[in-house]
Design a protein around this ligand. Structure first.
Ligand code: NDP
Length: 285
């Protein structure tokens, strides 16, 4: 079986178009959604991510308010900026690009962002709300949210399916597992201490991989007809960008599969736009 391609680029464009229209509507009510984007230091990958996010804001009509800070900034100075942005009515969402320099406590930074502006969805309040299944005040973390929209677009209802998630990071693996559980999938989470990874992944009707190891999941590790979502983004020494899934062998087994690039990556940015819009909408009484 050759899999259908889950075209993240096209689906992300659709999400962004919906956001653009809703931003227009909101502006008519006098609310112009604003997203503060904080970049500390000069990590080249982070600079690219931030530029992409700012371009996406421009594209959908969200005001992006950039803060470029030197790597030498103290934690207290950064926290003080965030507290100031928490109070600023023009700022509906606050995004701090990760990773941060070693002398800054990432958790302290994330937890200083007001929950109602935590559009990346990484804060403890937000994670707690997701864990208990209360989405009314929560923001779904952008990459897991993107994975769920991709499933929806493929017409896949996770209810009653066996979902296998490889990776348990706080930004992808754990939250996507919870979102699948909340949609009534039976979920297995695998990680570096899982003894027989292939035995687990072969059970998955839905397989989501977020590890950061180029092409580690091969076709023989995939259940016939599975839906495969590859979150990984890996740059090979020859410059090629590949996922955590070996695409050519996997597509012979899967019913649906995301490509890399052009799968989850564009969805992450699109869902950030959706969350920033949602944060602004929630301020309208
Ligand atoms: P982390 O490094 O934080 O987590 C990786 C996870 O993979 C860990 O839970 C680790 O297990 C697990 N792991 C490592 N080796 C193995 C193995 N041999 N078998 C099974 N599990 C293993 O990564 P992230 O979650 O932040 O990112 C994962 C990938 O997704 C990266 O390639 C990243 O670039 C990409 N990414 C893509 C995004 C997008 O928008 N498309 C957004 C975010 C990330 P353990 O916990 O035991 O160490």
């Amino acid at each position: 079986m050759a899999a259908n391609i889950l075209d993240g680029k096209a689906i992300a464009a659709k999400v962004r178009e919906q956001v653009r229209q809703e931003v227009e509507e909101l502006k008519k009510k006098g609310v112009h959604p604003g997203l503060a984007v904080i970049l500390v230091g000069e990590n080249p990958a982070s600079q690219v991510y931030v530029r992409n996010k700012e371009k996406a804001c421009e594209d959908v009509g969200i005001k992006s308010i950039g803060h470029r800070l030197p790597a030498s900034i103290s934690q207290e100075e950064l926290l003080s900026l965030i507290r100031q942005l928490n109070q600023d009515p023009q700022v509906h969402g606050i995004l701090v690009q990760l990773p941060l320099p070693d002398h800054i406590d990432q958790k302290a930074v994330i937890d200083t962002i007001a929950p109602e502006k935590d559009v990346d969805g990484f804060g403890a309040t937000n994670m707690g709300n997701i864990l208990i299944g209360d989405y009314s005040k929560a923001f779904l973390p952008c990459t897991p949210y993107g994975c769920m929209v991709l499933l929806e677009e493929a017409g896949i209802d996770p209810a009653g399916k066996k979902a296998v998630v490889v990776g348990r990071s706080n930004i992808v693996g754990k939250p996507v597992a919870v979102l699948l559980l909340n949609k009534n999938a039976t979920v297995t989470i695998c990680h570096s201490k899982t003894p027989d990874l292939a035995a687990e992944t072969r059970q998955g009707d839905i397989l989501i991989v977020a590890v950061g190891r180029p092409e580690m999941i091969t076709g023989d590790m995939i259940k016939e007809g599975a839906v495969v979502i590859d979150v990984g983004i890996n740059r090979l020494p020859d410059g090629r960008l590949v996922g955590d899934v070996h695409f050519d062998s996997a597509k012979e087994k899967a019913s649906w599969i995301t490509p890399v690039p052009g799968g989850v990556g564009p969805m992450t940015v699109a869902m950030l736009m959706k969350n920033a819009l949602e944060a602004a909408k929630r301020t309208v009484k």
